[in-house]
Design a protein around this ligand. Structure first.
Ligand code: CTP
Length: 420
């Protein structure tokens, strides 16, 4: 068990009385496996869905619901005071209402009153409840007080209805919890009203019906950016390329594109509606010139060479269209560069040249090779700006890197930056 180099933290997982309570077991396991001390505090009604024994076994700690449990240690005050992070999932309409009005009538709400650490509410309820003015007001109150209230996912709810209010997948909840442990101020609501387009993953350029030229991009960085931008309040469209096996981020409009040409068409269609475009996708520079309709057979002779044709540079195309006035909305265009050093220069040398060549406002630079960046959960790099400024991004999760990138974007938006 390891906390990836950081000290173990005290994490409280508060569980509200909703059917999604079963999903929280994976979140508890995520944090215990990283060596953190997890204490589960369910409401009494949560125990209708999951038994206390399950939470005790997963966390290795006792489970109480009332304020009169373990009175000698003044538990209803101590647990909140000692916590480094509180995650409430599922946060039901009732639980958020009780927390917003400062109630302390069970161990969980009492803990919320004494906690001074970051608190993340992960709502789950039917769409009507989520959209009800009472819940909207409670969410606003909780956010004003500095709590993080996650945007719920959309999709199948209990019963036959679908809509906003579904608990985000456990991986999403765990990733946001990890991010807040890394950086407690990483999820401000500073992108409300900003429309952000993100591309993620790789492209696949077909050669015949069963083969393609592809790359190793997993989409993790682009998905982390889309997820965090949405949680910071942005209206996010994510165009997902090939090779991505990740759950759709909550509150994000998701599209798919397989080839560079499909990605280009999707980006060009969506870009006019967005203020910020982030090209995190690893776009193939070349595609097979000819698509062979039938599977290519080995045959008795040596294989023939595959002729390649250059793909359009989507990022450079966006910058050109903005310069000629046909993308007036696009205030910020962000590119990514995965670089290795070589005999002609180091990673930053090549990255600076790429920023100048592409003409975007920000370039996120990763050093790749030796197993770095691709398919990994962590990353490090640099942020180069068109104004010549350069900032190193410390090693951390792809969510942490996303938070640094979004900070730079909000700073540019605040400056009214636009390279038209
Ligand atoms: N990109 C793009 N269209 C392409 C290739 C790349 O929009 N056909 C974007 C990527 O999404 C990324 C940036 O350009 O944001 C840099 O990608 P990279 O592959 O590093 O750039 P290249 O111009 O292909 O440079 P290199 O010659 O180093 O491969």
């Amino acid at each position: 068990m390891s906390t990836s180099g950081s000290a173990p933290k005290r994490i409280i997982v508060g569980v509200g009385g909703g059917i999604a309570a079963y999903k929280v077991c994976s979140v508890i396991r995520h944090f215990t496996e990283r060596g953190h001390h997890v204490r589960v505090i369910p409401t009494a009604s949560a125990l209708n869905f999951i038994g206390a024994a399950t939470f005790e076994a997963l966390s290795g700690n006792p489970v109480d619901t009332g304020v009169f449990a373990d009175v000698p240690s003044v538990q209803h005050v101590r647990l909140g005071q000692e916590a480094d992070l509180v995650i409430i999932a599922p946060a039901t309409a009732d639980l958020m209402s009780r927390s917003a009005s400062g109630r302390a009538d069970d161990l969980l709400t009492a803990t919320l009153l004494t906690a001074r650490c970051p608190v993340i509410f992960v709502p789950a309820m039917h769409t009507e409840m989520w959209e009800h003015p009472a819940t909207v007001a409670n969410v606003a109150t909780l956010r004003e007080r500095g709590n993080i209230v996650i945007e719920p996912a959309s999709g199948r709810l209990t019963g036959t209805d679908t809509g906003a209010g579904r608990l985000p997948e456990p991986e999403e909840i765990s990733a946001l919890g990890d991010l807040v442990l890394e950086r407690s101020d990483a999820i401000p609501r500073d992108l409300e009203g900003v429309r952000v387009l993100v591309t993620a993953g790789g492209t696949r350029e077909p050669l015949d019906p069963v083969r393609f030229l592809g790359n190793r991009s997993s989409g993790k960085q682009g998905y982390a950016l889309a997820r965090l931008a949405a949680q910071r309040g942005a209206d996010v469209t994510l165009i997902s390329g090939a090779g991505v096996h990740l759950p759709p981020p909550p509150a994000v409009a998701l599209q798919h594109a397989g080839t560079a040409a499909e990605l280009e068409a999707a980006v060009n269609a969506a870009a006019p509606e967005h203020d910020v475009v982030i090209m995190a996708a690893a776009v193939a520079d070349f595609r097979p010139t000819t698509f062979v309709d039938a599977k290519i057979k080995k045959g008795p002779t040596e294989p023939s060479l595959i002729e390649l044709t250059r793909n359009p540079d989507i990022l450079a195309g966006l910058v050109r269209r903005r310069a000629d006035g046909s993308l007036p909305q696009a205030k910020i265009i962000v590119g990514f560069a995965a670089e290795t050093g070589d005999a002609s220069g180091d990673v930053l040398f090549h990255a600076r040249a790429k920023l100048a060549r592409k003409g975007c406002d920000l370039l996120v630079v990763n050093a790749v090779g030796d197993g770095k960046a691709f398919e990994m959960d962590s990353n490090a790099g640099w942020l180069l700006s068109a104004d010549g400024s350069e900032a190193a991004i410390e090693h951390g999760s792809k969510s942490l890197m996303s938070s640094r990138i979004l900070d730079a974007i909000t700073a540019l938006l605040g400056d009214g930056a636009c390279s038209t």
